[in-house]
Design a protein around this ligand. Structure first.
Ligand SMILES: NC(=O)c1ccc[n+]([C@@H]2O[C@H](COP(=O)([O-])OP(=O)(O)OC[C@H]3O[C@@H](n4cnc5c(N)ncnc54)[C@H](O)[C@@H]3O)[C@@H](O)[C@H]2O)c1
Length: 507
């Protein structure tokens, strides 16, 4: 989330850090938001670390957009500490009405009156949850989906005493951390998604109960076709297409009567006898083929990342949310590096020293079969440094929209040392030269505490008029800052490796 320079850092209070609370923690921390978490369970912290490491892996695969520095996680055993300075609170305690009511009431007494207070409940009615709260008008259900750090949907449902402005505030806030808020118009049990999922789940149980299919066959009946389609279109758009040129009317004329037969068991539920539960558990074990829950979660996350990336290309459904989030990440990164922001401001350009604009930890997924960082990632570090440099010069969304940008036209990488998962690195950027059209830069990838770089990247960036599609001088303040920086760095000693090329072998 972007922050105005000097602004108070937003904090999120989390009550409950299990499957869902842990997912909220990961989503917020990786969006650079500080989290204070309360969970009385002894194993809560190690479990949270596992969720966080899964989320880091998933998000670093999902996007090349620069994630902000991670937020700070604080663990507390006090409801008051968790909520008193929070912008928003998410209660994700077990699904028991009295427990949630009591927790929410306590949180409402300790939090500031305008702190948003949300419950992650899967189906309890918001009017009942807010019954004992102070300032219940700032309460809403914010029902997310597992894994919260990857799936964007969050259903918002207010109770009788919820102020409609609360839903808008919550929606805007959650959009800022890459989510897709969907406000439920009426207060109903199970909201929208769980209501639909429960109808399907009931039918799935009947099919197994009646011996028509195994649990694996039911899952296959969904995942090989309807499940794939559902990521981009729900039943209404799907059946519109199925109706051909005449659309929904034709579809309903053709298949509407079948709804009266009916094919499904409607609201009947099979008796959950010990024998039926044994059957379900045995078939489920067989289906899992010995894979552990973390293994299944990793497979799930990898596939979700691939699906989200596919949808991003088509700009559909959750892919469109991803595009918006990436834009927000780029905007926030530009704001962090913009002239006058944070670490030194515009005068930093006048200082005769390399700029340190990128600092990060090497993620585990950057490691290749040789056990060290894959070569492509050095180019990524250089590109991240270029983006940060351009943001510092004032190349922002408006400048890009007006048709100005820099393109990289040449890169020379030297791989000098090995980097491993978890290593902290910074990238030091030295502008070797240039003019109003060109920036000749030299990046050093420096492991923390090391005197020598692990890699260097020398690059030529050319300013372009993107509307005309050709090189052109930089404009206005961007041009002035670029020239000032070139002049400020002109006196720095030229690095040994600058100007290197690969010599042709003479033998
Ligand atoms: N699991 C899902 O797929 C899913 C999806 C959406 C919403 N939800 C909802 O999210 C909520 C949490 O579900 P979950 O799956 O994370 O459950 P969970 O059992 O994994 O986690 C609940 C956590 O709450 C903690 N807790 C217990 N009492 C507490 C208290 N007084 N204060 C603070 N923490 C307390 C527990 O120690 C536990 O870690 C439920 O309301 C559930 O309906 C679950």
């Amino acid at each position: 989330m972007a922050e105005a320079p000097g602004a108070v850092r937003p904090t999120v209070g989390l009550l409950g850090g299990g499957v869902i609370g842990g997912g909220w923690a990961a989503r917020y921390l990786l969006n650079g938001v500080d989290v204070i978490l309360l969970d009385p369970a002894p194993g809560a912290v190690p479990r949270l670390e596992q969720v966080l490491s899964a989320a880091r892996r998933a998000l670093s695969r999902l996007t090349l957009a620069p994630l902000p520095p991670e937020g700070i996680l604080t663990i507390t055993d006090s409801v008051k500490t968790a909520v008193e300075g929070a912008t928003i609170v998410h209660e994700s305690a077990p699904e028991r009405l009295e427990l949630k009511q009591e927790l929410l009431a306590r949180a409402s007494r300790a939090a500031a009156p305008d702190t948003l207070i949300c419950s992650s409940t899967s189906g309890l009615l918001p009017s009942r949850l807010q019954a004992g709260m102070e300032h219940p008008e700032r309460f809403t259900v914010a029902h997310p989906f597992n894994p919260v750090y990857l799936l964007p949907l969050v259903e918002l449902s207010g109770g009788e005493r919820t102020d409609p402005a609360t839903l808008e505030r919550a929606g805007a806030w959650l959009t800022g951390v890459g989510m897709h808020p969907l406000t439920v118009r009426a207060e109903i049990d199970g909201f929208l998604s769980d209501r639909l999922l429960e109808a399907q789940w009931r039918e799935a149980l009947w099919l197994v109960h009646d011996g028509v299919a195994t649990v694996g066959e039911v899952d296959d009946a969904l995942r090989y076709a309807p499940g794939l389609r559902m990521a981009l279109m729900g039943p209404f758009l799907t059946y519109r297409i199925a109706g051909g040129e005449q659309g929904m009317r034709h579809f309903m004329a053709q298949f509407g009567p079948a709804l009266q037969w009916p094919w499904s068991k409607l609201t009947d539920v099979p008796d959950l006898t010990p024998e039926f539960l044994d059957l379900l558990a045995a078939q489920s074990d067989e289906q899992a083929q010995g894979r552990s829950i973390p293994e299944l979660e990793r497979m799930r996350d990898d596939c979700l990342v691939a699906l989200l990336q596919g949808l991003r290309g088509a700009g559909q459904g959750a892919g469109a949310t991803l595009v918006e989030w990436e834009r927000e990440l780029m905007r926030a990164a530009a704001a962090r590096h913009a002239p006058g922001a944070g670490t030194g401001g515009a005068d930093e350009h006048d200082e005769a020293r390399p700029l340190e604009l990128v600092a990060r930890q090497i993620p585990a997924e950057w490691i290749d079969y040789n056990g060290h960082v894959h070569e492509s990632r050095y180019l990524q570090l250089a590109a991240d440094a270029d983006d940060a440099l351009l943001a510092r010069l004032g190349v922002d969304a408006e400048y890009l929209r007006d048709g100005g940008s820099y393109y990289t036209v040449e890169t020379h990488l030297c791989h000098l040392g090995q980097l491993h998962a978890g290593d902290a690195v910074t990238v030091a950027t030295h502008v070797l030269g240039g003019d109003e059209k060109r920036l000749h830069v030299f990046h050093r990838v420096m492991p923390a505490g090391a005197a020598e770089p692990a890699a260097t990247a020398e690059q030529m960036l050319v300013h372009v008029d993107t509307t005309a599609g050709r090189a052109a001088p930089a404009r206005g303040a961007v041009r002035d800052r670029a020239l000032a920086l070139i002049a400020a760095h002109a006196g720095l000693p030229i690095p040994d490796r600058a100007g290197r090329r690969i010599e042709r072998s003479r033998s």
